[in-house]
Design a protein around this ligand. Sequence first.
Ligand code: GYE
Length: 305
Amino acid sequence: DSSTDAASGGGDSGDLITVGFSQVGAESGWRAANTKSIQDTLTKDNGFDLKFSDAQQKQENQIQAIRSYIAQGVDYIAFSPVVESGWDAVLEEAKQANIPVILTDRAVDSEDTSLYKTFIGSDFVEEGKRIGEWVSDNLGTEPINVVELQGTTGSAPAIDRKQGFEDATKGNPNVKIIASQTGNFTRAEGKTVMEGFLQAYPDIDVVYAHNDDMGLGAIEAIEAAGKVPGKDIKIVSIDGVKDGMTALSEGKINYIVECNPLLGPDLADIIKTLQSGGTVEPRIVTHDDAFDQAAATAALPTRQY
Ligand code: GYE
C-alpha cells in the first residue's frame, strides 16, 4: 500500500538486513573501488539496507559511526579499521548489544578475537614479500638505494607491507632502504614526501610505494625533478588500480602486486551465512595477482577498477 511505500522510501527495511558500514575514507583508487563494490552489492534488491559512512581517515570518526550504528540497532556492523589499535572498547559495546561485527580489508590488534566474527581481506605481509622478492631478484643484483613511501602510520597494510619487504630483502646486502616515511596512502602526500627524498638523497635507485597512488605521486615528483620514472628511478607498488596499471604498462612503474578491493560479494555472502545461522572462518584471505609491464598491458582492457 501507499503508506508503506512512503515510509520505506522504495524498500521495506523490515525484511532487509540492516548493515552499518564504516569506511576508512576516500584516500585512494583502491578505496574508491572498494566502496563501489560494497555499495553495488549490499543493495535492497540483494536484501540489504546499507548505512554507509566515510571516516575521512580518522579513527574518532569511525568510532562515532560504529556507536551510532549500535544506537540504531543495526543487524550487522562491518568496517575497515583505519589503524590497528584502540578498538577494544567500541567492539565490546557492539558485543554487549549482540551486533555481530565483520572486519573488512584491515585488521585490528585486539587480543579478544570474539569481538568480531571474521576478518576478510588480503595478506599484506605476503604482498610486501612478493614486492621484496621481485626487487631483490631483478634490481638487487647490484647495490641499490631504496626509499619507502609508507601507508597510514599504524594501519595494518603499512605495518605488514613494510615487514614483508624487509623479510624478503634482508638476506640480500645489495638492497638498502635509505629512507622511509608515510605518505598516508594518498597521491598528494606521496608526491610531497618524494620531493623531500629527491632533495635529501641524490642517489635513489628504487621507490617502494605501499600503494599505487603514492607511486603515482612519486612519478610526478620524479618527472618534476627532470628524471625518468621507471628508468632513472624504478618504482614498485601495491594495489593494481587502473591508473597504476596504466603507468606500469607505460613503463613508469616497474612492478605491481595486486590487492583485491572487490570485497562486496564476499561480505554479502558472509552476512547471509551468519543470518541463516551458519558459521564463517575467522580469517578469509583474498587472492592477489602480480603484474609486470607485459602482464599489465594484457590485463588493462578487461580490468574492472
Ligand atoms: O592498499 C590503499 C588504501 O587497506 C588495502 O588502503 C587497503 C589499502 C590500499 O588506501 O590504496
